[in-house]
Design a protein around this ligand. Structure first.
Ligand code: SAM
Length: 204
C-alpha cells in the first residue's frame, strides 16, 4: 500500500498538527506499512486503492472521530494571514499632521501640499482621513474581530462592522468642523485622533 498524505495548511496550524497526530496514531497501530510523506503546501494525495483499503481499517473511524472532535473544539483566531505575495501594495505618505496645543486642534499640512488647500476655507466641515499609526504593527493589523469599543459585554464583531482603530489597513475617517485656514494650517473644532497623528487626506 502506498499513501502520501499532506496538509495544505500553514506549517504551525492546529489543522496540520491534528492531521499529523492522526497519521502518527494510525502508523503506530501498524495500519500503514509505508512512510508518510509530507509535502508542505500540497493537497492530500491518495490512490483510489489506498483510500478504499485505508477507510475500511478498524482504526480509521475512531481516528477520524478524534480528529473531528479536536477540530470542533478549536475555533480559529480572527487574525489575518500574511498578505499574499501577489497582492499589490500602494504607497501612502502623510499630507499633514494633527497638532494639539493650548486647547486648540490643528491640521498642519505639509507645505508641499499647501496649494491643495485652496477652497477649504469656504467649507464648514471636512472629512479627515488619518492613520492609526500607534497600531501600525503586524499584530495590530492582523486583528479582524473585536468587542466594539473594547466593551467585553458587547458581542464580537468584524472590524469592518466597527470603527475599531485595529484593522488591516489602519485608515480612520472623522468629520470635523473647519474654524479657519491660514497658510498651511487648518484650525478645527476637535478630532478623535491623538496629537501628532499622520493625516492622509482631506475631503469635503
Ligand atoms: C474608535 S476610533 C474612530 C476613528 C474615526 N472616527 C473612524 O471612525 O475611523 C477613535 C479612537 O482611535 C484611537 N486613536 C486615535 N488616534 C490614533 C492613532 N494615531 N493611532 C492609534 N489609535 C488612535 C483613540 O483611542 C480614539 O479614541
Amino acid at each position: 500500500m502506498h499513501i502520501s498524505c499532506c496538509a495544505a495548511v500553514d506549517d504551525v496550524s492546529p489543522a496540520r498538527i491534528l492531521a499529523q497526530a492522526a497519521v502518527t496514531l494510525i502508523r503506530r497501530q501498524g495500519r500503514m506499512t509505508h512512510p508518510v510523506q509530507t509535502i508542505p503546501g500540497a493537497r492530500p494525495v491518495m490512490t483510489r486503492h489506498a483510500r478504499t483499503k485505508w477507510r475500511s481499517r478498524p482504526g480509521f473511524a475512531p481516528a477520524l472521530a478524534l480528529l473531528g472532535l479536536a477540530a470542533a473544539a478549536w475555533s480559529p483566531p480572527a487574525r489575518a494571514e500574511a498578505v499574499p505575495d501577489a497582492a499589490p501594495t500602494y504607497t501612502i505618505s502623510p499630507v499633514g499632521w494633527v497638532r494639539k496645543t493650548e486647547g486648540k486642534t490643528f491640521i498642519v499640512i505639509d507645505k508641499r501640499y499647501q496649494p491643495a488647500l485652496m477652497g477649504v476655507e469656504e467649507l464648514r466641515s471636512i472629512w479627515v482621513l488619518y492613520w492609526f499609526d500607534r497600531n501600525d504593527s503586524p499584530a495590530g493589523r492582523s486583528i479582524l474581530q473585536v468587542h466594539p469599543r473594547g466593551d467585553r459585554e458587547r458581542p464580537v464583531r468584524g472590524v469592518f462592522a466597527t470603527r475599531s482603530p485595529f484593522r488591516p489597513n489602519l485608515i480612520a475617517l472623522s468629520h470635523v468642523r473647519v474654524l479657519s485656514v491660514r497658510d498651511n494650517v487648518i484650525e478645527i473644532d476637535d478630532i478623535d485622533a491623538f496629537a501628532d497623528t499622520p493625516v492622509l487626506d482631506l475631503k469635503p
